[in-house]
Design a protein around this ligand. Sequence first.
Ligand code: GLA
Length: 652
Amino acid sequence: MPKRLSTGLALALIASFVAQPDQVQAAQVQASQVQADPLSPTGRWSANTRGVSATPPMGWSSWNAFGMEIDETKIIGVAEALVDTGLADLGYRYVNIDDGWWSQRRLGDGRIQIRTELFPSAAVGGEAVTSFRPLVDRIHGMGLKAGIYSDIGRNSCSQSFDRTSPNLPEGTIEEREIGLYGHVDTDVALFFADWGFDYIKVDACGVDDTGARARLTRGGDFRPIAPIVVRDSVNRSDIPTIRALYQSVGDALARHNPDGDYVFSLCLWGAANVRAWGKDVANLVRTSDDIKPNWGRMLHVFDSAANRPLYAGPGRWNDPDMLYVGQGDFDADHLVEARSHFSLWAIINAPLLIGYDLRDAPRPVLDVLGAGDLIAVNQDPGGHQAVEAYTSDDVQIFVKTLTGEDRKAVALFNRGDGPVDVTLIASHLKFAANAPITLRDLWSGETLAPFVNERTFKLGARETLVFEARGTRALPGGWYVSELPGRVNPAHDGVVQPQADPTIHRAINPYGEGTRSPGSRPIYAGWGGAAADRGPYGQALLVQAQHFDSGIGVLANSRLEVRNDREHVRFTAQVGVDDNTLNLDSEVVLQVFGDGRLLAESRPRRFGQPTVALDVDISGVGIVELVARQVGDPSRPVSVVWGDAALHHAAS
Ligand code: GLA
């Protein structure tokens, strides 16, 4: 039997561990949401809108540059370099202190003490009272913003993984409990209201139990905690509890930042099904374990975010981890790889957080990080993550809708170690095949001669080409919903039992063990989630052999919120059950709601039946909801196709 906690038991655990009434209340609200019919239309947008992240946050973080070896001189030096190099003007504004800053939690009042050997300016009251206010003020004085790091448990990742570091918290067991657990409200108040930070990354090692790494949760010289997150078994992770804990941080951030100017980075490494629910809680959602400066690991973390375009958008971004441009396989001697890494992060709307010691950066590395046209793609205000338009293990093509008529960004990515020919066709771009297409190379700045329908490029090993494409959209006067993933929120994606995604590149374990293990297994749940231009398990969208290049594939018993903002007046789709559905028997009804009112409903559909056309007046509607409700037993959902689902500007 999988060891899952009931919601009641989860609430009791939260009440006993986190003795703060507001957090318990948050958990109860959470539980009642879980119990309500998730398919009932609400007319509301339910993904996170709190904090400030209309576009993916940009800045620098200490971890990939310095690890635990941080200090004030380095942080200030990098902040100055951000300004001096011009990177700050390009949008890199957050200066984030990662693990390693704390000395201990003071007994008595529970205030966290900063390690003053590393941060002398923090000794505002000698050793007795420390504050980051002077450092934060200095960073603010440079026109930048400042970020801090904590853990959702009692202890931090370094206390488990960097055991020889001289910069670990010191003192008794209780004094070394520097994480948020049981202190969410007071710590968040200290970091934001008192010290003035603008950004927090909240890690989860303090509640994590992964085999041999379970040092913190097992006890010994730490107070044991019931493991809440089990990295390699989503079933043994206690999802309601971890979600409620992170929600309590989100609530505290809203309380202690009345101006709303903060960023909440949820760092749960793709565990506990966070790739499905993190978008409802935080601004950044880490989709994988840590990046390392090698090609295979970059592919691994990239894949964990790249196939989740519907789970991100303004206010909520998939986070495949910080940049490693400048180091290892992405250093100044490997600029093809460095540009690929940066191109991929740019086009999938990943946060752009530099992980390099900028005080001493070679010009070519600065040029990669400062590629203005790539940054503009990442920061496009529409917030639409690129959708994969061509898929294979060797070559991928990603297309991202840019703001304005008829503009797309497209990345041609050669994942392999040899040269390859890549042909871009108009339909990858959802452009008309008979009208000219113009490409501008965003790395070289060169505009290529217009072409019609297709053009072939030679890509070197590990090379990525990125273009801004202009053409005539194949759907005049409207947009396919899959072109606008930032407007979609899978409020309920129909997944019954979270399951690990087997399609993510499995790199050699980077933690020193090499191949001395049975290997790298799929661990990040999300398999079967809502998908753009393909089915929930990656297959083509097919109904009765009718193939849809465009559409949404999703399991039944799902509810998708689509932000219309009264812009489009008509919704159309060809709906049916996917030829690749795993359930060949059950019927499903597809419904369209506008601001909570039923506007249209299909006849019941099942495998082997043709599509039904829906043509719906949505004029004046704020939120469109697309609901697929299975008739009868919901335990084996059919796969549903919202084929050619589109929003139109005109009534016909
Ligand atoms: C975890 C996180 C990293 C980093 C380290 C610090 O591994 O995933 O991004 O913050 O902890 O110890």
